[in-house]
Design a protein around this ligand. Structure first.
Ligand SMILES: *[C@@H]1O[C@H](CO)[C@@H](O)[C@H](O)[C@H]1NC(C)=O
Ligand SMILES: *[C@@H]1O[C@H](CO)[C@@H](O)[C@H](O)[C@H]1NC(C)=O
Ligand SMILES: *[C@@H]1O[C@H](CO)[C@@H](O)[C@H](O)[C@H]1NC(C)=O
Ligand SMILES: *[C@@H]1O[C@H](CO)[C@@H](O)[C@H](O)[C@H]1NC(C)=O
Ligand SMILES: *[C@@H]1O[C@H](CO)[C@@H](O)[C@H](O)[C@H]1NC(C)=O
Ligand SMILES: *[C@@H]1O[C@H](CO)[C@@H](O)[C@H](O)[C@H]1NC(C)=O
Ligand SMILES: *[C@@H]1O[C@H](CO)[C@@H](O)[C@H](O)[C@H]1NC(C)=O
Length: 355
């Protein structure tokens, strides 16, 4: 070896030893704010998720957050799997709105919560305009569940089989289902769901106003107990958790309601969490909202068997709140300009205490 090349070798070697090498692992940067799903999993939940509505699928900034698996490990179509869109004509099924959310979710590795087989709203005209006999309507129900369950066979960690069947006083809501089939429509729906969904899919009853121990949540617990006793398949109760700043249940109240279902042996999820503000919004209200969000998620994390939390959309401009509750808004974790609100950081900070 020539002297020249030895010195070249040595100088190359010393550069290699002193200069930062692209091949040497860099010290790992600690990300102070990993996404909410990452933190929720570390805290023991199965997922932190969001509902996604079809109206925003043209907004790339929205989509990049909605299908960012670090933030959301689970997605729910807000509307796309409801009866009026899935079976707009009797026996003619159209899955395009549901698929527009479940397919990208699966590609991103996000779990699915599917929503919903039976509700009294957003039904197609052909279904509501006719006076069905009981056997006819049972057939219509089974056919609907059979088709939709099979189409989404591998897409649903859970199905909201029946949505909002109770009144606040704990009596059953008067709907075409109750009026035509009788109260057995609920257990029929669960039996059909068990028959046609994947055996891995968890079957949920989902409702609002059951996040405290009250007449309604007790009536739901009685139904669950009655189902379990008689072998009607039910795996979970979804607490929607649509809250209002100033009137929301406390951590203790939500914990107590979750416990009344866990005690029976079924799991729980917070399925539609949002916290609406009286407008105009203020700094004080945002702080209060942040505490409600964090306390609600904490009640789930601390429970014996609360599997996850889903927010009912994460972006204010597409929230259902302003249209449904005039004078209210700003219910989500991200504001219109896509900045994260104090509520986002409150959840994140709370979850980081568990990791
Ligand atoms: C996904 O979200 C995480 C947590 O907020 C963030 O660090 C990451 O940059 C996001 N990824 C993309 C592709 O935007
Ligand atoms: C998306 O579509 C809606 C109407 O369907 C429209 O108002 C909105 O401006 C569109 N957004 C983008 C980013 O194209
Ligand atoms: C299915 O629904 C989508 C979305 O509403 C609509 O654009 C499409 O035309 C429908 N397809 C059929 C065959 O009706
Ligand atoms: C359904 O029944 C009600 C009450 O019996 C009756 O008033 C109505 O006209 C019926 N509707 C149809 C579409 O037959
Ligand atoms: C709850 O139910 C009890 C009877 O079981 C009734 O006395 C009470 O008025 C109900 N409360 C509400 C708020 O509906
Ligand atoms: C919540 O419940 C715990 C334990 O049951 C109790 O010690 C605490 O005082 C309660 N907090 C409030 C604000 O009621
Ligand atoms: C985004 O909107 C929020 C709430 O309206 C506001 O406080 C914030 O300053 C805005 N941020 C940017 C970067 O525009």
């Amino acid at each position: 070896m020539k002297l020249q090349s030895v010195s070249l070798l040595l100088s190359t070697l010393s550069i290699a030893l002193s200069a930062p090498s692209p091949y040497r692992p860099k010290p790992k940067l600690v990300n102070k704010y990993p996404g909410l799903d990452v933190l929720a999993k570390r805290a023991g939940l199965l997922y932190f998720g969001t509902a996604i509505d079809n109206v925003v699928l043209n907004n790339s900034q929205y989509i990049s957050i909605a299908h960012n698996k670090s933030e959301f490990g689970q997605v729910t179509p807000s509307n796309g799997q409801k009866w009026m869109y899935i079976e707009p004509q009797q026996g003619k099924f159209n899955y395009s709105m549901g698929d527009a959310i479940t397919k990208p979710g699966r590609e991103a590795g996000q779990m699915g919560r599917c929503h919903t087989f039976i509700w009294h709203n957003q039904l197609p005209e052909w279904l509501t305009a006719k006076n069905w006999t009981k056997p006819e309507l049972v057939k219509v129900l089974e056919n609907h569940i059979r088709h939709e369950a099979r189409h989404y066979y591998d897409s649903c960690y859970a199905w909201d089989v029946v949505n909002e069947a109770f009144n606040d006083d704990g009596t059953l809501r008067e709907t075409m289902w109750l009026n035509t089939i009788g109260k057995s429509y609920i257990e029929l729906a669960f039996k059909f769901a068990r028959k046609y969904t994947s055996p891995r899919t968890r079957l949920y009853y989902n409702d609002y106003g059951i996040e405290r121990v009250n007449n309604k949540s007790i009536a739901v617990a009685e139904m669950v107990k009655y189902f379990l006793k008689r072998g009607v398949p039910i795996d979970g109760v979804g607490l929607q958790a649509h809250f209002t700043t100033g009137r929301s249940p406390s951590y203790n109240e939500t914990s107590a309601s979750i416990a009344q279902y866990n005690k029976l042996g079924v799991e729980v999820a917070l399925t539609e969490l949002d916290v609406r503000q009286a407008l105009p919004d203020s700094h004080e209200q945002q702080q209060a909202q942040a505490k409600i969000y964090a306390d609600s998620v904490k009640a789930c994390v601390d429970a014996k068997d609360c599997v996850g939390v889903t927010v009912w959309d994460f972006w204010d401009p597409v929230s259902w709140v302003p249209e449904t509750f005039p004078g209210y808004g700003d219910a989500c974790l991200w504001s219109a300009n896509f900045t994260k609100k104090p509520a986002y950081y409150a959840i994140s900070d709370m979850l980081r205490e568990y990791s």
